[in-house]
Design a protein around this ligand. Structure first.
Ligand SMILES: NC(=O)c1ccc[n+]([C@@H]2O[C@H](COP(=O)([O-])OP(=O)(O)OC[C@H]3O[C@@H](n4cnc5c(N)ncnc54)[C@H](OP(=O)(O)O)[C@@H]3O)[C@@H](O)[C@H]2O)c1
Length: 266
């Protein structure tokens, strides 16, 4: 099957209006079922406890596209010391933020953010050098996909990109998050009609605490953050892209998010 050029499913309005997107839902009356509880269904997972960052945290955002720019601006506005990492920093001078090479941006950072095309992320990070990721929180937002003749297709169908990055860089502390929504919602959750859910997946609890605090800086309240568990749960976050694309078509917009609703307490 020939692959067409990669174009982002997150940009532009959806062009297929679905019938009754919010009408009778696909889950019927059973809803999300009893698996989720405020305490979380698995050891270490569940809502993330509140944590705060210290202003001036050094963040290297790799990738200068929609996601990288939006996050870099938002964290800089929150008082952090943000450097964008680009393959061609000389050509990215108009962004209004410091831009360095990928290796340099990662080397100077405490937290490295992967906002690059998921199909290319591991090669790009390898080229930067594994040593600059050692011991660091690596916040992975990327999703690997291609746009085929039959539509949007994931490149990581069995093992997630988040897991692949963790395996490729075992000394990094990978946390997958924010990959289930558009960049507009990532940095402005209060622009949505009500509180929605952001997910975290990762093996290192302390890295998830740091990531949760950085999410709080973007406007994600602790109650909106749901820790799914270890990095293998990134599979669900990445596969959500398939539903995201369908929702975007049904709603006619890319600015929306989902909310996990637990069972009523009786
Ligand atoms: N857009 C969204 O709202 C959204 C939502 C959820 C998840 N995601 C995921 O987040 C990641 C970033 O999304 P995006 O929309 O910001 O992507 P994008 O606009 O395509 O930007 C990605 C950036 O990564 C850098 N890059 C490094 N290697 C590259 C390569 N081989 N080809 C092209 N660019 C490369 C480029 O910056 P330099 O040229 O400066 O190096 C580029 O601007 C993707 O994995 C995407 O699937 C996006």
């Amino acid at each position: 099957m020939p692959r067409t050029a990669r174009r982002s499913p997150w940009s532009g309005r959806g062009d297929r209006r679905g019938a009754g997107a919010y009408g009778t839902g696909p889950y019927g009356t059973g809803g999300l079922g009893p698996a989720w509880s405020p305490a979380g269904p698995r050891d270490g997972s569940g809502p993330v406890a509140g944590a705060t960052t210290v202003p001036g945290m050094r963040i290297g955002v790799i990738g200068t596209g929609n996601v990288g720019r939006a996050l870099a601006k938002a964290w800089a506005a929150a008082g952090h010391d943000v450097v964008l990492g680009s393959r061609d920093p000389g050509a990215r001078k108009e962004l209004g933020l410091p831009v360095a090479g990928v290796r340099q941006a990662a080397a100077g950072a405490e937290v490295v953010v992967n906002a690059t095309p998921g199909a290319d992320s591991v090669a790009l990070l390898r080229a930067a050098g594994a040593d600059v990721l050692d011991g660091k929180v690596l916040v992975d937002i990327a999703v690997g996909y291609t746009v085929e003749d039959h539509g949007f297709a994931l490149t990581h169908t069995d093992v997630s990109l988040g897991e692949e990055i963790q395996q490729a860089f075992p000394a990094a502390r990978v946390v997958k998050t924010l990959s289930t929504m558009d960049s507009s919602a990532m940095v402005a959750p209060d622009g949505l009609a009500e509180e929605s859910t952001v997910f975290l997946s990762g093996d290192d609890p302390a890295a998830k605490t740091v990531t949760g605090a950085l999410l709080t800086d973007l406007g994600w309240s602790p109650s909106s953050q749901l820790d799914l568990g270890t990095i293998d749960t990134a599979r669900g976050q990445e596969h959500f892209a398939l539903l995201f694309v369908a929702l975007m078509g049904a709603l006619g917009t890319h600015t929306f998010n989902v909310r996990v609703v637990p069972p009523a307490q009786r």
